[in-house]
Design a protein around this ligand. Sequence first.
Ligand SMILES: [Zn+2]
Length: 450
Amino acid sequence: MSKFRCGIEAHIQLSTRSKTFCSCPTSGSENPNTLVCPTCIGLPGSKPVLNKEAITQAIKVALALDCTISKETFFSRKNYFYPDLAKDYQISQYEIPIGTNGNLDGIRIRRVHLEEDPGALIHKENTCLIDYNRSGIPLIEIVTEPDFKSPNEARLFLRKLITILEYLGIYTRRSEATMKADANISTVGERIEIKNITGLKEIERALDYEAARQEKEPARQQETRGWDSEKGITFLQRIKEGESDYGYIFESDLPKIEITKQMLDEIKKQIPELSLEKASRFKKQYKLQPEDAETLAAEKELAELFEQVAEEIDPILAAKWLRRDLMKVLHYNKKELKEIKIEAEHIIELLTLLKENKINDATAKDLLIKLIEKPFSPKGHVERQKLGMIASEGELERLCKEAIKNNKAVVEDYKSGKQEALHYLMGQVMRLSGGKANPKITEKLLKKLL
Ligand SMILES: [Zn+2]
């Protein structure tokens, strides 16, 4: 895979309430062809009117990707015939994109531009239906240089891109599932383009497949290929055409857009601290390990929860529990932080109980599992359910003696020098205590009694 090189063109829907060139809403109905008007189904005589919010959001993304912003830009018609495009052209930007020459964590961004989404084709048995609800929703296209050295690098890049959109407030529930990408891949042979791969996981699968395929059989001609996600294979669509084949022409129904310094300054003010800056601040301010800082900052909700908890709790402890234990519990239950209601004050209570030795790690983990189901006060719960750790030496000594009495052979092992025997006895005391024994005191007592 050493010769693998890949560049990505990612298409992501913006989160405007209305479409790019008409006032139809971008969501609110699942019924096909109900969010449409003469403009977005391309009826003769209809004229596009630019939604300024789409431009603002596109500029935000370009700025967050460290792009140079064009002072002036305009729209072009990208001509092609396909039923998902009622007016036979897509309004896009070609000559002057909104942003150029950006960078995201070492990956060069060639351009960022705004365009409209076409309609959706719905294949049913032998028929094909068209839903124009999607037609005209603003899309941002982000084109990278061929800087990815593996399919995994490309996936990580797209994940970071999603994080940026989340921080900018542009990410919607649709974004990840509807994110589309075209990928240019070369290994040793000619360049291959895979068109229209939908969803983050599929993009990586398609790249993995194509990398392996080209490794075996270097491409002899430039090709455009499709991705069949059911079969997990790419297939030849056509011998590659160039961009010029689309016959871009100037969109004379829309005015040129001037991006003034004043406009840019206004938009810059609306850009919050993004994940990379946040991660480096976490490292400095809270003395976190780089990996912990990066993981926490990579998800907006997680970063916010961490900062709230770190106000009251040792940040290193907070980072460990949020980044490892909470993430593990969520992952195991196939949930995401943004889907659940978890209160910072409850995490603070939980970690305070743990820190003050009132509960042990096992109880804390159990409580965490319950907390992702619904909010409740861990402190009250521990009191009511009597989950507090047993720290009374008298009671623990009784349990230790019982464990020693029941496990004579293990005791002999310990006496002959086997350290694991002690762990076994600790486990027995833990079991006798219903998981509530204070481990430190238990260990001390066992050593004394043995
Ligand atoms: Zn419309």
